[in-house]
Design a protein around this ligand. Structure first.
Ligand code: MN
Length: 206
């Protein structure tokens, strides 16, 4: 499996995310998860015709405990970062429009309350993890948070499809923001590519 190609340069998200953080995040952290996943998949031939989404939605099917943990951590890291790097853009920020905007109002009351909710989820995550906006097949939205490299696909057999990912591991923000996770999240909102999030949302509903 391959890392998603970035549509922008490592420096392009300045000043919100600094060049060195982006470069290290993509070429070291994400590359390592990807390599480790690919090495693990060589030992799991029964998974060879499955997508990463299918694999993560059915981890209990992997009977070997060590292999399952390796794929949960590194497959999660691979998938989560592919989504993270795809839903941010130098042209991002603002608010969504269209179907996604309507559903956010329906499920959270307003864009502002949605933002507060996902920000709280991200801040409440103790240690390393992620905050998510996900949809079920009917288009209902949910905000959640997971530890480590887990994600919403791993619950309920993939019922909830992530459409927005906020990485709150310190490696995502520490060089610039140090311990100030809230400032990083506020900046992250300046680069969210809502067109991409909306595309994923509309693609995930049936
Ligand atoms: Mn990360």
């Amino acid at each position: 499996m391959k890392q998603v190609e970035l549509k922008y340069g490592f420096e392009a998200l300045e000043p919100h995310i600094d060049e060195l953080t982006m470069r290290t995040h993509y070429t070291k952290h994400h590359a390592t998860y990807t390599n480790n996943l690919n090495m693990a998949l060589e030992k799991a031939l029964e998974l060879s015709n499955k997508t990463i989404e299918e694999i993560l939605a059915d981890l209990p099917a992997i009977s070997d405990t060590v292999l399952r943990n390796t794929i949960q951590n590194n497959g999660g890291g691979y998938y989560n970062h592919n989504l993270y790097f795809t839903v941010i853009s130098p042209e991002g920020g603002g608010e969504p429009t269209g179907v996604l905007a309507k559903q956010i109002e329906k499920d959270f009351g307003s864009f502002a309350s949605f933002k507060e909710k996902i920000k709280s989820a991200a801040l409440a995550r103790f240690g390393s993890g992620w905050a998510w906006l996900s949809t079920d097949p009917a288009g209902n939205l949910a905000v959640s948070s997971t530890p480590n490299q887990d994600n919403p696909l791993m619950d309920q057999k993939g019922k909830w499809c992530p459409v927005l990912a906020i990485d709150v591991w310190e490696h995502a923000y520490y060089l610039k923001y140090k311990n100030l996770r809230a400032d990083y999240i506020e900046s992250f909102f300046q680069i969210i590519d809502w067109k991409e999030v909306a595309k994923r949302y509309e693609g995930a509903i049936t």
